[in-house]
Design a protein around this ligand. Sequence first.
Ligand code: GSH
Length: 198
Amino acid sequence: VLRLYDYSDSGNGYKVRLLLAHLNKPFELVEVDITRGETRTPEFLRRNPNGRIPVLELPDGRCLAESNAILLWLADETPWLPNDPWQRALVFQWLFFEQYSHEPNIATIRYWLRHEPPSEQRMARIAERRPKGEAALRVMNSHLRDRDFFVSERATVADIALYAYTHVAEQAEFDLDSYPNLRRWSSRVAALPGHVSM
Ligand SMILES: N[C@@H](CCC(=O)N[C@@H](CS)C(=O)NCC(=O)O)C(=O)O
């Protein structure tokens, strides 16, 4: 059986849990407490030298890290990853966008607000990232003006990756009321059969 090393409050981990639920794939969950350095033990570093969850361990012991790489691996030959080369490329485009423009500016703020005591340094770091987070949300909101999902008429792993931290962006004090298309898309993703919440 597949084994997922994960931390329940992680959006990156939730991406994988959500896709596994849609694919109806059983898996064993191993909770790793990232707030206690459990991702940096020699044992964990053997599974992911980069010391981060999520990590998917296959029954033969091979380990795959990076949430979006795990999504692509699991989605291969399923409707969650289009076969058409152009549509696939667009899925990759949004997955890279998620990792470069979205997650570093939204997930991080959410984490700091939830796990770090208030300080001037925390405020400065958040202030530096917030406009970049807003910019990412604006790009998504415009893209969704005349679309139900990011790449095709049905949801793909691009939607799963972007949903993970967008639907909890308010926990990072982003106001989703400014992004009505994002709100509608978010409800659409949450209404898909097989959906599980974070
Ligand atoms: N790019 C990675 C990011 C993974 C990541 O940032 N994981 C965080 C939790 S969301 C983590 O494991 N932090 C613990 C640590 O850095 O020791 C992915 O998409 O999987």
